[in-house]
Write a protein that binds this ligand. Structure first.
Ligand code: ADP
Length: 375
């Protein structure tokens, strides 16, 4: 029996048959017994000798009564069995139908169609299973889209510098281009960009798979932030930006990976400087009993609401032309996000276009053992 519906129908109907037949046998037995007692009592004085032999005690009307009684019982049993058969069928259908739907949907997903969803119109376990299946398919689809976008991003990012390098090297080989210092510097920059991107991609994949975990040490946040600020100061000075650091006196010590912490703040700071034509960039840090919050606040170009939810994605750029000019790989914020998650923390941005952005990095004081992986 390979059909769930058939199996449930047969099981329920078989149970009904057993119950109805059992009931009939009991009723029949009881009626016979009681009728026999009745006949015995009513004919006691005349038929004492025949006690125990009901047939001998019965006249034609009694026999007719018993026959019609048994006939009625048989009709009742037939009607009950018929009702049982119909109820079994519909009960089986209501149990099996969602499972059959789910089965079909699972086969569709296995065949690569992720646009399937099953109807969730009940609250029981089957309904919960259907809802879980729908959530799983939606997540699978989102991950597939992300993977496709990621691969397209890698291909796109590699193609441009490789094309430039190839064209230049061919030109040099043909004698069309005479390599001077500037030429060599620009080619070296392309190679550096490629090397940086490959390194970032490697770190990202290791972070995502949990193979790169923070090496926790006790950090002096004052000193770390000051170092990052010093490192970025020349860039800010080049653009005449006021760069400042505001740290709470009561800032607690934090356990984190020193290198990752520096890189997270540096990436945020570099972006703030990069996307702020004029004004200021401020880094603040405060803490409570459980976490520290580092904010990088700029008065730059800001980010539109539609873009802000994507800026932590791989290779997402609000304005590809501007970022390419400034040498960004489009992976800086993705790295910050994965590093923050690896610490059990989080990073998010708020912004007003034309007025500036604030990037907030929240890290727990003590490392959590369990890593939270983002979608
Ligand atoms: P990139 O290397 O292109 O800077 P990121 O991942 O660091 O890549 O940033 C992704 C995008 O987010 C950038 O291309 C930019 O459009 C936007 N962005 C990041 N930081 C800021 C900021 N402080 N102000 C405005 N836009 C920003």
């Amino acid at each position: 029996m390979h059909s769930l519906q058939l199996r449930v129908t047969v099981t329920v109907f078989a149970t009904t048959v057993v119950v109805v037949l059992g009931l009939m046998l009991v009723v029949n037995y009881q009626v016979s017994e009681n009728f026999s007692s009745y006949l015995y009592m009513s004919g006691m004085h005349g038929m004492m000798m025949n006690h125990g032999n009901m047939a001998a005690m019965m006249g034609a009307p009694e026999r007719q009564f018993l026959i019609s009684l048994r006939y009625s019982l048989a009709v009742a049993a037939g009607v009950m069995l018929l009702i049982g058969a119909v109820v079994s069928y519909y009960l089986a259908r209501s149990i099996a139908a969602p499972v059959i739907d789910l089965n079909r949907a699972v086969n569709d997903v296995a065949a690569g169609n992720l646009d399937v969803a099953v109807a969730v119109d009940r609250q029981d376990e089957v309904g919960q299973l259907a809802a879980a299946f729908n959530a799983m398919t939606a997540k699978l689809k989102a991950n597939t889209v992300l993977r496709q976008r990621f691969l397209a991003g890698v291909a796109h990012e590699l193609r441009t510098p490789l094309t430039i390098l190839k064209a230049n090297l061919e030109g040099i080989a043909d004698g069309v281009i005479v390599p001077d210092q500037e030429q060599i510097k620009s080619l070296t920059e392309e190679v550096d960009r490629l090397t940086k991107m490959v390194g970032e991609l490697r770190d990202l994949s290791l972070l995502e798979t949990g193979q790169l975990t923070p090496d926790y040490t006790e950090i002096d946040l004052h000193a770390t932030l000051r170092q990052v600020i010093q490192k970025s100061a020349p860039l800010a000075a080049e653009k005449n930006l006021a760069l400042s650091l505001k740290i709470d006196d009561s800032l607690p010590r934090i356990w984190a990976d020193a290198g990752m912490l520096q890189q997270m703040v540096y990436n945020l700071l570099l972006n703030a400087i990069r996307y702020t034509p004029a004004g200021s960039v401020t880094v603040t840090a405060k803490g409570d009993g459980t976490a520290v919050t580092i904010e990088v606040i700029d008065t730059g170009i800001g980010i539109a609401a539609d873009d802000i939810e994507h800026i932590f994605d791989y290779f997402y750029r609000v304005d590809p032309a501007r970022t390419k000019q400034s040498g960004g790989t489009g992976l800086g914020l993705a790295l910050v996000k994965q590093m923050a998650l690896a610490h059990g923390g989080q990073v998010y941005a708020t912004s007003t276009p034309g007025q500036g952005s604030t990037f907030t990095l929240k890290l727990p004081l003590r490392a959590r053992q369990k890593r939270i992986v983002s979608p």
